[in-house]
Design a protein around this ligand. Structure first.
Ligand code: ADP
Length: 228
């Protein structure tokens, strides 16, 4: 589903974020990206939803070449890719319902369908009772659930997550991981960058370690592999 071929990324300031990365990630997989800060994990994630393009090499998702993709095609790509961040990025003046519904409204989904799908997705993430709350009225875990709902409402083939549990306490982090686990079980491919050692060790999924912009390790059912 995802293929990176000889991918290098050098930022305009000269930072070498990725160096000759080759990767294949199959449909339906759950992959952790681990490695020290500054290793290139976020950059790799950004290439997947075309927030960045590589300096060299190819990025393909479902046989679509993201490097050659025209800017006007990017919104269509993003409909099929959900993105979750560490710092939630919810709209502060919109309710839970509005934050999630917005993802459908911008692509022109009919109003009645927006309502049904938004409520169904809020139910899935366990937040139906909070539909009229504003982000500042929610706990961190609840805010991240809203982000998960927003990311999956279009039923994307791919969900990418950059440190999604980074701002959460351990118990809440596990709640979010259970949600991501269930979403993966339903068929969505998940690529998640994380420093959450306990989560990576427990989940026994594929682990790709990035160090100095290169793939340093790639193991099925891997462990975190770094000291705390
Ligand atoms: P990680 O997610 O593993 O912490 P990043 O992908 O954020 O790593 O960063 C990899 C390298 O690229 C670092 O040296 C970082 O400073 C640099 N970098 C990341 N984003 C940018 C940017 N927008 N402009 C310049 N350099 C960047």
């Amino acid at each position: 589903m995802i293929q990176l071929t000889n991918v290098s990324k050098i930022y305009p300031n000269g930072a070498r974020a990725l160096v000759d990365v080759n990767l294949k990630i199959g449909k339906g997989s759950f992959v952790f990206l681990v490695g020290p800060s500054g290793a290139g994990k976020s950059t790799l994630i950004k290439l997947l939803y075309r927030e960045e393009t590589p300096t060299r090499g190819q990025v393909q998702i479902n046989s679509k070449n993201l490097v050659r993709m025209k800017d006007r095609e990017v919104p269509y790509l993003r409909r099929n890719i959900g993105v979750i961040f560490q710092d939630f990025k919810l709209l502060p003046n919109k309710t839970v319902f509005e934050n999630v519904a917005f993802a459908l409204e911008v692509i022109g989904v009919a109003k009645s369908e927006v309502r049904n799908r938004t409520l169904a997705t809020l139910e899935l993430v366990g937040l139906k009772a909070k539909e009229t709350a504003y982000p500042h009225e929610l706990s961190g875990g609840e805010q991240q659930r809203v982000c998960v709902a927003r990311a999956i409402i279009n039923n994307p083939a791919l969900l990418v997550a950059d440190e999604p549990t980074g701002n959460l306490d351990p118990d809440t982090a596990w709640d979010i991981m259970e949600l991501l686990y269930d979403i993966n079980k339903r068929g969505t491919t998940i690529v998640m960058a994380t420093h959450a050692r306990a989560i990576v060790n427990k989940m026994q999924k594929r682990v790709i370690a990035i160090e100095n912009g290169r793939v340093a390790r790639d193991e099925e059912k891997g462990g975190y592999g770094y000291d705390a």
